[in-house]
Design a protein around this ligand. Sequence first.
Ligand code: GRF
Length: 211
Amino acid sequence: MKNVVILISGRGSNMQAIVQARLPEVHIAAVISNRADAAGLAWAQEQGIATEALSHKDFPSREAFDAALAQIIDRYQPDLVVLAGFMRILSADFCRHYAGRMLNIHPSLLPAFTGLDTHERALAEGCKLAGCTVHFVTAELDHGPMVAQAAVPVLADDTADSLAARVLACEHRLYPQTVADFVAGCLHIENGKVINRRRPSDAAAYVLGQG
Ligand code: GRF
């Protein structure tokens, strides 16, 4: 069994997708939030998963919060830390501590549209495809080695909300699959790029149901 700790800040639908996938060899050791009122935290508690809340507002600096957070995470001896809508910029020390064992999902086809408001920006640019990316976390925001991507079409009458919903459905398929690949030991970083030994074919095509 591999211990997986999931960090959230809000509704936690990606966290739920990972839990509900009941991945073999995965033990969801804890769900941790920087907001005690995160809806996802209550859901995880109902599932009998260990939960923790640690408010960043109780700490004088980003570094102090991150150090306290790492102490809590490490109590669960994580093989993998999964960021699932964890709305915090992470300090360099924190990223180094979990290097190669921390994943994030971002709602764009990176390297396009790092940061916030990805769907609004994709629509404003007239993009014909949008999507999501799972990547290893490094200190540079939304820039770590990419593991998998899934693409969806942008439709003529899309709003940011309708596009976000289409992308989110992809996230819920892509993230559990990526966690499974990590836990199975199939993800390797070579020269800053991720090789997936289990899934050499295009991950986006897989998610769109063609693989
Ligand atoms: C998702 O769109 C994810 O890509 C982004 O934050 C959102 C979190 O949603 N990082 P949820 O909390 O998993 O429902």
